[in-house]
Design a protein around this ligand. Structure first.
Ligand code: SAH
Length: 411
């Protein structure tokens, strides 16, 4: 996920010429290969969904990919400051909404549960009314559900024992005011790809599929998009494409926003959505990371993390269609600084040893500097329709100009 490994994963991990032997890898790779042999090439989205979510061998099903010993590090695993700031932010939105008594907390793709634990820590001190609300976690991985239960339900430092429900998808979330967060969740949802064939003047968009070239996985062109598909993906497909241009559409992301927006438009609430991406399609952004390094997207299916750049403009269209507003995105660095990360880090460092101070400063730099997570990662907020900009999303002022490189995530 721009999975912050030591190295930055490439925007494009594989090209049409890149391929990898289907048989030299994993049982899951063999299974996908025989499916393709018998039924033909499959969508990039179904390849990605199987590699990540297959019940027996999917990437997220069998372990803990996070942290220094895993494949990548996410913001909550870098520093507790990240979760504290997000917790403070949601507490502010909860207060603005009049502290609804039927509010629930939600997190999509909670990983180890670190972010929720850190947010709850802040609420217990500063917003007990929120700390006492039921927690709904959308998580498909049994291994990570266990990790979340251990960290959140069995948190010795917590004074309240939360009621926790796990969900396979957002469709079963309650229709109540939802205050929640999704950090590096949308990039893990399966993305479909389309490829333009022809000249700029005359050509057509085709499905981009995963097929077999001999014994090796590779990209192949599928059928041209029909009229209904062109209408459906119209907002995503860039104008004036050249031969070989790729566009992406994440149906699953669209559906998640639809489910959340349906509830938030009726009952209220606020969801923070944080991910790497841009305000539009990123072209071919599918990428794979294994053991801290970028690898080919066909590398040993099930053992590498596959992800894509989130198209916030597409999420925003889905939010509007379902009666909500997606505010932003703004770069993560600017958002965190605007809501007071630097001050909180200084406060935390006040009574600490030099080592602690150095650690906090390094964490602030990692989370906010444009060369690290500050620019590529974006923050957006899903809220009911209305006007005005909540904190962190104010229209840019001249004082932002120094760090303002736009909301476009192209690195
Ligand atoms: N938010 C965490 C973890 C991000 S990794 C952090 O910031 O550290 C992505 C998370 O989403 C994992 O917990 C993974 O198991 C979960 N996930 C991936 N695809 C999912 C899906 N389709 N439905 C529900 N959870 C999913």
């Amino acid at each position: 996920m721009s999975r912050t490994p030591a190295e930055t994963p490439p925007m494009t991990a594989a090209t049409d010429n890149d391929s990898i032997a289907a048989g030299d890898d994993t049982a899951l790779g063999d299974r996908i290969a025989s499916q393709i042999r018998s039924a033909g090439p499959i969508g990039v989205d179904s390849f990605m969904a199987t590699c990540l979510g297959d019940a027996s061998a999917g990437y997220y099903q069998h372990g803990d990919p996070f942290g220094v010993t895993g494949d990548f590090i996410t913001a909550p695993e870098i520093s507790g400051l990240f979760g504290e700031m997000c917790g403070l932010y949601l507490a502010h939105m909860f207060e603005l909404a009049g502290q609804p008594q039927d509010a629930v907390i939600a997190e999509l793709g909670p990983g180890r549960g670190t972010l929720m634990q850190d947010m709850r820590g802040v609420w217990e001190t500063l917003m007990p009314a929120l700390a006492g609300r039921p927690i709904h976690l959308v998580e498909t991985s049994p291994a990570l559900r266990r990790a979340q239960a251990a960290l959140i339900a069995a948190d010795d430092s917590a004074t309240t024992t939360p009621e926790i429900d796990w969900h396979d998808s957002c469709d079963s979330l309650p229709n109540a005011p939802i205050f929640g967060i999704a950090n590096e969740f949308f990039d893990a949802l399966a993305v479909a790809q389309f490829i333009w064939r022809g000249s700029a003047a005359q050509g057509s968009w085709h499905h981009r599929l995963v097929g077999l070239q001999g014994n090796e996985f590779g990209f192949v062109d599928g059928p041209a998009l029909c009229g209904a598909e062109l209408a459906d993906y119209g907002g995503t497909l860039p104008p004036d494409p050249a031969d070989g241009d790729v566009a992406e559409f994440c149906r699953a992301g669209d559906q998640v926003i639809a489910a959340l927006a349906g509830r938030i438009s009726q009952s209220g609430g606020a969801m923070l959505i944080i991910d790497y991406g841009r305000n539009g399609t990123a072209g071919d952004s599918l990428q794979a990371v294994a053991e801290h390094r970028p690898v080919d997207v066909f590398h040993q299916p099930g053992t590498a993390d596959l992800s894509h750049w989130v198209d916030f403009a597409a999420l925003s269209r889905s939010a509007a269609t379902h009666g909500c507003r997606l505010i932003g995105p703004v770069p993560q660095g600017r958002f965190l600084m605007r809501i007071g990360l630097a001050q909180r880090a200084e406060q935390a460092a006040l009574h600490g040893e030099a080592d602690l101070r150095r650690g906090l400063l390094a964490a602030v730099d990692r989370l906010t500097s444009p060369a690290q997570m500050g620019e590529v990662f974006k923050v957006a907020l899903l809220v009911p329709q209305g006007v005005g900009s909540p904190p962190g999303f104010e229209t840019d002022t001249p004082s932002d100009a120094g760090t303002n490189t736009g909301t476009d995530g192209s690195a």
